[in-house]
Design a protein around this ligand. Structure first.
Ligand SMILES: CC(=O)SCCNC(=O)CCNC(=O)[C@H](O)C(C)(C)COP(=O)(O)OP(=O)(O)OC[C@H]1O[C@@H](n2cnc3c(N)ncnc32)[C@H](O)[C@@H]1OP(=O)(O)O
Ligand SMILES: N[C@@H](CCO)C(=O)O
Length: 390
């Protein structure tokens, strides 16, 4: 690739800096892979105050490449938290009223145990010796954190994309611990097409000679080109054709005519290269393999004898699902099938499909209809729980 300049030399010390708060578990984490992970830790952030009866906690679950810095500047990128437009004092998720918790997932690379963490058996990074992690494993680790914080029932669990998968897993596995659930732009399983895109990304990472079978950290190397290409391909799936056309069309980048070469002639090429290059500065390649795999394995119906309704049998949790018309990664049909299962299970469920051309990543943007839906749902749930409503 001509202009994808990401081949800086890196070492383990270049990994993103540690977050402030960590939960060091005193029990091993039971993994779906059939082994125990021990020791393990969960890095997390909180915003606002937990009330006296611990009834105002909202757990935010992050997406594939997100992290715990949901409502405060990200220490790695220096940018605002990924939902800072939504969460904070006086905002839709009002930290003057709610206690917001966001934890880096197990398998991630911003402080929770993941493939870059030290394997106690070898004293070296786990790399591919870390057992494969599932969405249920992530949620089990979060449950231990919530127990540690002394919270019996979360007022709400909310998240988009892979975060939405965690929300569904929480509501299915621990219904009594979840008063309300807000899964956004997600589904109860990863589709064949989505697994296919992830496989392309993983193969791109593994084809990079710097990947070294996953052992790049001990060699002071990183498969940045492979990871950047993986991100470029994935990023296309987070947008929509209409938005790409609106933002870039066939416009050329800083030139009047094509170069008749393979530089980034088009704005869209330049944009994707930028997305790829900035991504490798904040993300670990092996974490990318593990987290995409976790999404691939997610299939809530399969976990319940092929019947999604069984995943929610007897639930008292109140649900609101949100999808976006231009999301072709998790099209509305995926949310609708969850809504059907919840209705069949007799659950309290509402559903909002938002008209937008911003694609899957619309959940990360300042999207007024999304914010209105979250606001309305939280108000109604707060009233039902007897919490003060603005
Ligand atoms: C979910 C979580 O938990 S957090 C993880 C999510 N974060 C991400 O996915 C980060 C990458 N994703 C994105 O940037 C997503 O598009 C969004 C939704 C988060 C942001 O969308 P938008 O605000 O519309 O930003 P947009 O997609 O236009 O990208 C802007 C960036 O592209 C750059 N850019 C825009 N046009 C061009 C171009 N022609 N050539 C090069 N770079 C360009 C901008 O300079 C800007 O760079 P910066 O982010 O380094 O400041
Ligand atoms: N763009 C977001 C959502 C992906 O599902 C991320 O990278 O986490």
């Amino acid at each position: 690739m001509v202009a994808l300049r990401v081949n800086k030399s890196h070492s383990e010390a270049d990994q993103p800096s540690s977050p402030v708060v960590r939960f060091e578990a005193d029990q091993p984490l039971k993994l779906d892979a059939g082994t125990l992970l021990s020791p393990f830790q969960v890095a997390y952030q909180t915003y606002g105050d937990l009330n006296a009866d611990k009834s105002n906690a909202i757990l935010v679950c992050h997406a594939l490449t997100g992290d715990q810095h949901v409502a405060s500047p990200n220490p790695v990128t220096g940018k605002p938290g990924w939902w800072q437009v939504l969460i904070g004092p006086g905002k839709v998720i009002d930290t003057d009223r709610f206690f917001v918790i966001c934890a880096n997932v197990i398998g991630g690379c911003l402080g929770s145990t993941g493939p870059a963490s030290t394997d106690p058996a070898t004293g070296k990074p786990y790399a591919l010796n870390l057992p494969v992690i599932t969405i249920r494993d992530m949620v089990r680790a979060q449950l231990m954190l919530i127990d540690h914080l002394g919270i019996d029932q979360l007022f709400c669990v909310i998240g988009g994309s892979m975060g939405g998968m965690q929300v569904l897993e929480w509501a299915s596995s621990y219904p009594e611990r979840v008063f309300s659930a807000l899964p956004i732009a997600t589904g109860a399983r990863h589709s064949s097409q989505n697994i296919a895109f992830h496989e392309v990304g993983r193969q791109s990472v593994m084809a990079d000679p710097e990947w070294l079978g996953g052992d790049y950290l001990v060699a002071g190397r990183r498969p940045e080109k492979g990871l950047a290409v993986a991100r470029m391909a994935a990023h296309i799936t987070y947008l929509s054709e209409a938005a790409l056309h609106r933002k870039f069309g066939r416009n050329l980048q800083d030139r009047d005519r094509p170069t008749f070469g393979f530089d980034a002639d088009f704005q869209i090429e330049s944009y994707l290269r930028h997305q790829g290059m900035t991504f490798v500065d904040r993300f670990d390649a092996n974490s990318y393999l593990y987290l995409t795999r976790a999404m691939d394995y997610f299939d809530l119906a399969a976990d319940h004898g092929g019947r999604l309704v069984e995943a929610f049998a007897g639930t008292k949790t109140r649900f609101c699902l949100v999808s976006f018309t231009s999301d072709w990664l998790f099209p509305t049909e995926e949310s609708r099938s969850v809504v059907h299962a919840l209705n069949a299970a007799g659950a309290s469920v509402s559903f909002v499909e938002i008209e937008t051309d911003r694609g899957h990543d619309a959940f990360l943007l300042d999207e007024p209809e999304l914010f209105a839906a979250i606001d309305g749902f939280l108000r109604s749930a707060a009233r039902a729980k007897g919490l003060a409503v603005r």
